[in-house]
Design a protein around this ligand. Structure first.
Ligand code: DC
Length: 227
């Protein structure tokens, strides 16, 4: 039977993981799984219910009472919260920040773990997040850690928001990025780090296509054949 692969891409906010993962998945004919969208989905509901991101009691109830599902659409897994397609609502900076805060809690991580593993069950998937290669898919066939300096990530995020027509102060993005980095890297459970065995790619001086080419070239020269 044909071997089916799991490719993980971890890294900090603004490193270009989503764009790279989407292009890579398309090129390989794989499914793209954006796990940040799951945390964002829960954050979106917490905001809607006015639950504070450090209110562990209400967050636990939220986890018990919320149905998060993934549906495959155009070779991408789309997130549904209580049956609602939340894709268009979870991409704000506010949702990202709350997602980063609530993702530090064990109850939140536990809630989303099996869902992510199930999505990877059949392989041929590019899974992107913070703990893909370290916790969710430690046996992934190829692990990458996509990094970039904070200055570069801030500047990319700033340009991206301006392109979308969203006015964004550079200093505010700078502050948010610093907070996000600290929250994601310093939490006790599943902190953001380069997983064991991951190939680290510094994208400061690379275009998106340059990063994709590096990943493809690595995969082509390091084929894993297991039965
Ligand atoms: O990738 P993103 O910016 O959409 O993720 C939003 C937040 O979700 C991120 O700051 C931390 C959390 N997250 C996580 O803890 N683990 C993941 N695998 C993915 C995201």
């Amino acid at each position: 039977m044909e071997k089916r692969f799991i490719i993980t891409i971890d890294g900090p906010a603004g490193a270009g993981k989503s764009t790279v993962s989407k292009i890579l998945a398309k090129k390989l004919g794989y499914i793209y799984l954006d796990t940040g969208a799951l945390y964002r989905g829960l954050a979106y509901k917490a905001i809607k219910l006015k639950i504070s991101p450090d209110d562990i009691s209400n967050l636990s109830d939220l986890c018990s009472n919320t149905k998060v599902t993934l549906k495959k659409m155009d070779s991408q897994m789309r997130v549904y919260v209580d049956g609602e397609d939340v894709e268009e609502k979870i991409r704000t900076e506010e949702v990202g920040m709350v997602a980063s805060k609530i993702s530090a809690f064990a109850v939140v991580r536990k809630k989303l773990l099996d869902l992510q593993r199930e999505a990877g069950n059949n392989g041929n998937i590019v899974a992107e997040g913070r703990d893909m290669g370290s916790v969710v898919f430690p046996h992934a066939d190829y692990k990458f850690y996509l990094d970039a300096s904070r200055e570069e990530r801030i500047s990319r995020r700033h340009k991206e928001l301006l392109l979308k027509g969203i006015s964004a102060e550079y200093e505010l993005i700078q502050k948010d990025m610093q907070v996000r980095d600290e929250q994601d890297k310093k939490r006790e459970i599943a902190p953001l780090k380069a997983p064991d065995g991951a190939i680290i790619i510094d994208s400061d001086n690379l275009s998106i296509q340059g990063v994709v080419d590096k990943i493809i070239s690595y995969i082509n020269t390091n084929q894993v054949f297991t039965s």
